[in-house]
Design a protein around this ligand. Structure first.
Ligand code: 4NP
Length: 160
């Protein structure tokens, strides 16, 4: 099993959207039994809460239901459990590096590194904006999810 963790600040906007979109892509590729996705936040403000209603609505408009997800805080042990720890922005990356056990730094990446055709390398925080920000996030995570799946196929699933 390949394990992927998406991480943002609150775990109620960007990372649950990434988890939902990526999980949907994996299921449609017939790989749900081989790739596990989860999400977490670097801060604990929204632990136990469902995703922001604007995120849920934007995802549903694309056929992705994230209503069952609940916020949790990223932990040091996640670096042992997961193969990919994917930060939505540089601030998340810095905060994750601070809890990363020595020797596991290679697991930590910016998620948009996998969106090779995009000039941006950070997913902007949509929390203080309107619905369009959530759709922009969805466009970005859609593209990066495809690149991530290609990377997993090449590194872990090739020939299998
Ligand atoms: P997220 O967005 O990191 O994409 O989940 C945010 C959610 C909550 C807050 C900030 C950003 N907050 O300040 O509570």
């Amino acid at each position: 099993m390949v394990r992927v963790l998406f991480v943002c600040l609150g775990n109620i906007c960007r990372s649950p959207l990434a988890e939902g979109v990526f999980r949907d892509l994996v299921a449609r590729a017939g790989l749900a039994g081989e790739i596990h996705a989860d999400s977490a936040g670097t801060h604990a403000y929204h632990v136990g809460e469902p995703p922001d209603s604007r995120a849920q609505e934007a995802a549903l408009q694309r056929g992705v239901d994230i209503g069952m997800l609940r916020g949790r805080k990223a932990a040091r042990r996640d670096f042992e459990t997961f193969d990919y720890i994917l930060a939505m922005d540089r601030e998340n990356h810095v905060n994750l590096l601070a809890i990363c056990p020595r020797g596991l730094e290679h697991k930590l990446r910016l998620f948009l590194e996998f969106a090779t055709d995009r000039p941006e390398d950070e997913v902007p925080d949509p929390y203080y904006g309107g619905a369009s920000g959530f759709h922009r996030v969805l466009d970005m995570v859609d593209e990066a999810s495809q690149g991530l799946l290609a990377d997993i196929r090449a590194r872990y699933l090739a020939g299998g």
